[in-house]
Design a protein around this ligand. Structure first.
Ligand code: NAD
Ligand code: IPM
Ligand code: MN
Length: 327
């Protein structure tokens, strides 16, 4: 039985990079039964649909979703990002955002909490539009949400170099930081073999650039994880190589590059599809096709040689999968 995968190309460079990802997956010998979803800025401008509950219910029966990127300058910020991407993460309870990074002497993975924090949407306006206007945007942190994320990070570390760093801002965010810190310390006691570390997120930005070799598994909240993973991409070959998995272990999960729709280069054919290809490899891991996933990762292992147009890079990866010596 081929795996049933929903495809959301989305906006900007999204459809172009996903086309290359699907090409590479086929070349790796994995058959997918795909269902296309026309969602994103263009669809919203056409008929007002961002994402319906009916579509989310259809997705629950799929094996995976493969997404390019969503968001466009033609639509006010947040309409598509919150209404499509965050609705998908929240409604499918994709509580882990796993983002691996490989670079010059370093190899680490960020486990970003994916359903809570400042992303939850808590807050609002008072006296909007007046000189006394107030806007609040709270951070929601539940013991359940924080604990399942931290536990996932420790379980993952047990399969790797057995080291977990928590990144937060406990020196200022004394409520959410306290909950994260206590939960981290309590879960750590259950994993005596795992060494732990803590970095304030601002200092982590220094270490990402100057000493990323120190990291194995990093666990962090939703917003810090968003920011740190763009930086992770920038210090690991570039954002065009950064992949991610939005997971609910054991259920339908979603796979997408870390980058966005890149309106500044959309339509020019220069977007690097490798991040989408590597996100496809993470999807194959989830689908039980790790042998093919490993071959795809091996074909993408030398970022400096993956240059050219979007389709040329896709062709190069396909040629390497076929063992073509000229590639
Ligand atoms: P972006 O990631 O789209 O672009 C940031 C910079 O990186 C740009 O200069 C862009 O050209 C470059 N870049 C991104 N992907 C690249 C690739 N594959 N190859 C080469 N260069 C690449 O971030 P942004 O400009 O802040 O956001 C643009 C839109 O995308 C916004 O609407 C934003 O909300 C949305 N967004 C969506 C996702 C997602 O769907 N997962 C992620 C991030 C941003
Ligand atoms: C990401 C993106 C999203 C996020 C946006 C588009 C909602 O930046 O996946 O990193 O902030 O999570
Ligand atoms: Mn981001």
């Amino acid at each position: 039985m081929p795996h049933r995968v929903g495809i959301v190309g989305g906006d900007g460079i999204g459809p172009d990079v996903i086309a290359e990802g699907l090409k590479v997956i086929a070349a790796a010998g994995v058959e997918l039964d795909t269902v296309d979803y026309d969602l994103g800025g263009d669809r919203y401008l056409k008929d007002g649909v961002v994402l319906t509950d009916e579509i989310v219910d259809e997705w629950r029966d799929l094996d995976a979703i493969y997404l390019g990127a969503v968001g466009t300058p033609d639509v006010p910020p947040g309409v598509i990002e919150r209404g499509l991407l965050l609705k998908m993460r929240f409604d499918l309870d994709l509580y882990i955002n796993q983002r691996p990074f490989v670079g010059d002497g370093h190899e680490f993975v960020v486990i970003r909490e994916n359903t809570e924090g400042t992303y939850a949407g808590e807050g609002g306006f008072l006296r909007k539009g007046t000189p006394e206007e107030i806007a609040t945007q709270g951070s929601v942190n539940t013991r359940h949400g924080v604990e399942r994320c931290i536990r996932y990070a420790f379980e993952l570390a047990m399969t790797r170099r057995k080291h977990v760093t928590m990144c937060h801002k406990t020196n200022v965010l004394t409520f959410s930081g306290d909950l994260w810190e206590r939960t981290f310390n309590e879960v750590a006691e259950e994993y005596p073999e795992v060494e732990t570390a803590y970095n304030h997120v601002d200092a982590a930005c220094i270490y990402f650039v100057q000493d990323p070799q120190r990291y194995d598994v990093i666990v962090t909240d939703n917003l810090f994880g968003d920011i740190l993973t763009d930086l992770g991409g920038a210090v690991s070959g570039g954002i065009g190589f950064a992949s991610s998995a939005n997971l609910h272990p054991g259920r339908v999960s979603m796979f997408e590059p870390v980058h966005g729709s890149a309106p500044d280069i959309a339509g020019t054919g220069v977007a690097n599809p490798t991040a989408a290809v590597l996100s496809g490899a993470l999807m194959l891991d989830h689908l039980g096709e790790s042998e093919a996933a490993d071959r795809i990762r091996a074909a993408c292992a030398d970022p400096e040689s993956l240059t050219g147009s979007t389709t040329e890079i896709g062709d190069l990866i396909v040629a390497r999968l076929g063992g073509d010596e000229r590639s």
